[in-house]
Design a protein around this ligand. Structure first.
Ligand code: NAD
Ligand code: TYD
Length: 380
C-alpha cells in the first residue's frame, strides 16, 4: 500500500511513546508508523501488543545514536515525519549516571537531527511536507517558587484556564518564553537537546516543533516513577519512600491527553514554534500519595486508613526541584487543546489499570528483565 505519510516514532516502546504509537496507528491507517526503540530497561514491546499486528505498523530495534542506521531507515521508509520521544527519563538515574543521559538525550537527538536534515535535503522537494517533532519536558525551566501561604486550604487559587478556576501553589508558571535553568543531569541533557533542535531550525531551516510537557501519569509507566511505584508498593504493603517532607509540587497530566496534544501539534503546530503542554493540575507529593493510598485501599476493599503508615520520609533527592507548573494557555488558545480527564477520574483509571495488570508489573520488575537490561548496557 502507498502510505500518505511515513513517520518514525522514537522511544515508542516506552511509557508515553507507546500511547503515541497506539493513537497514530489506530487513528491513521493511511500512515506508516515505524516505532524505533533500542529497548532499554524502560522499553517494552508488551506495551504495544494490541498494535503489533496492524498492517501500517512496524517495529525497528535501533539505537538513535547510530546515525548510519537511522539515515538508512529514513531512506528505506521514505520518512517524512519524526516524533522524537526516545530518552533516558528518570531523574534519580541521571544523578547516578549522567553520561548515559548525555549520550542518549543529547548525542542521540543530534544523530536524528543530522539524519533528517541530510536525508530531506537530498530530496527534490527538500523540507516541504516534513516535520521533526521533539518531545521535551517542563523540567528544563528549572523550579518555581511556592508563594501559597502556609495552612491555606484549598491551595492558592490564582488563574483561570478555559473558564475554570484551578489550584496553584504559586503565582508564576512556566511559559514558553521562560529562560532555561535545568538543575538535574536529566533536565540539563533535555535542555541541551532542545537547543540543538532549535539550532537546526535556525541554521538549516529544519522544520521543527518542540513541546515541553508536565509530569505524565497513566498505564505502562515504568515502576521507578512515583505513581506506579507507589501503587505497587501499597498493594504489597511495602514502605513508600517520600523524598524530604513530601512538600514538592508536580503538575500531573493523563498520558492520553499528552498523546492527543502531540497528534494536534504534529499536524497543526507552527514550524519553529514551542508549545507548553499541561492541565493546570498541581499536587504536593504528600497529598497525591494520600490519594493513591485511599484509592488503592478502596479498590482492594481494605478499610480506610489501613495503609497510611506505609508513608516513610527518606533523605531528599539531591537538587530536588520544588515546584513545576505549566502554563498551557498558548496551546489552548492557538490550537484548541484541552485536557479531557479530571484528575480524580485519571487517577482512578490508572490505579485500576495497575491493579489489573500485576503481570505487567511483575514482568518489568523481574530478575530476567533486569538481567536483559544489564547485558544490553554492559560496557557502555
Ligand atoms: P520512558 O523512559 O518510559 O521511555 C523511553 C523510551 O526510549 C524507552 O522505550 C527506551 O527503550 C527508549 N530509548 C532509550 N534510549 C534509547 C536509544 N538510545 N535509542 C532508542 N531508544 C531509546 O520515557 P517516557 O516517560 O515515556 O518519556 C518519553 C519522552 O517524553 C522523553 O523524551 C521524556 O523526556 C519526555 N517527557 C516525559 C515526561 C514524563 O512525565 N514521563 C514528561 C514530559 C516529557
Ligand atoms: P518522578 O516520578 O521521579 O518524576 P520527576 O522527578 O521527573 O518529577 O517523581 C515525582 C515526584 O515524586 C518528585 O518530586 C520526586 C518524588 N518522589 C518521591 O518522593 N519518592 C520516590 O520514590 C520517587 C520515585 C519520587
Amino acid at each position: 500500500m502507498d502510505y500518505k505519510r511515513s513517520i518514525i516514532i522514537t522511544g515508542g516502546a516506552g511509557f508515553i511513546g507507546s500511547h503515541v504509537v497506539r493513537l497514530f496507528a489506530n487513528k491513521y491507517p493511511d500512515y506508516k508508523i515505524i516505532c524505533l526503540d533500542a529497548l532499554t530497561y524502560a522499553g517494552n514491546l508488551a506495551n504495544l501488543k494490541d498494535v503489533e499486528e496492524k498492517p501500517n505498523y512496524r517495529f525497528v530495534k535501533m539505537d538513535i545514536c547510530d546515525f548510519d542506521a537511522v539515515y538508512a531507515l529514513m531512506q528505506q521508509e521514505q520518512v517524512d515525519g519524526i516524533i522524537h520521544l526516545a530518552a533516558e527519563s528518570h531523574v534519580d538515574r541521571s544523578i547516578k549516571d549522567p553520561f548515559t543521559f548525555a549520550r542518549t538525550n543529547v548525542l542521540g537527538t543530534l544523530s536524528l537531527l543530522q539524519a533528517a536534515r541530510l536525508y530531506w535535503e537530498s530530496l527534490p522537494e527538500k523540507y516541504e511536507g516534513k516535520r521533526f517533532y521533539h518531545i521535551s519536558t517542563d523540567e528544563v525551566y528549572g523550579a518555581l517558587e511556592m508563594t501559597c501561604p502556609e495552612g491555606v486550604e484549598p491551595p492558592f487559587t490564582t488563574k483561570a484556564s478555559s473558564g475554570k478556576r484551578h489550584l496553584a501553589y504559586g503565582e508564576r508558571f512556566f511559559t514558553e518564553d521562560m529562560k532555561y535553568q535545568p538543575h538535574s543531569p536529566y533536565s540539563a541533557a533535555k535542555a541541551s537537546s532542545d537547543h540543538f533542535v532549535r539550532a537546526f531550525h535556525d541554521t538549516y531551516g529544519l522544520p521543527v516543533v518542540v513541546t515541553n510537557c508536565s509530569n505524565n501519569y497513566g498505564p505502562y509507566q515504568f515502576p521507578e516513577k512515583l505513581i506506579p511505584l507507589f501503587i505497587n508498593n501499597i498493594r504489597h504493603r511495602k514502605p513508600l519512600p517520600v523524598y524530604g517532607k513530601g512538600e514538592n509540587v508536580r503538575d500531573w497530566l493523563y498520558v492520553e491527553d499528552h498523546a492527543r496534544a502531540i497528534d494536534l501539534i504534529f499536524h497543526e503546530g507552527q514550524d519553529g514554534d514551542t508549545y507548553n503542554i499541561g492541565g493546570f493540575n498541581e499536587w504536593k507529593n504528600i497529598d497525591l500519595i494520600r490519594v493513591l493510598i485511599a484509592t488503592v485501599d478502596r479498590l482492594l476493599g481494605r478499610p480506610e486508613g489501613a495503609d497510611d503508615d506505609l508513608i516513610t520520609f527518606v533523605t531528599d533527592r539531591a537538587g530536588h526541584d520544588l515546584r513545576y507548573a505549566i502554563d498551557s494557555t498558548k496551546l489552548q488558545k492557538e490550537l484548541g487543546w484541552e485536557p479531557s480527564l479530571q484528575f480524580e477520574e485519571g487517577i482512578e483509571k490508572t490505579v485500576r489499570w495497575y491493579l489489573d495488570h500485576q503481570d505487567w508489573l511483575d514482568n518489568v520488575t523481574s530478575g530476567d528483565y533486569q538481567k536483559y537490561y544489564e547485558t544490553m548496557y554492559a560496557g557502555r
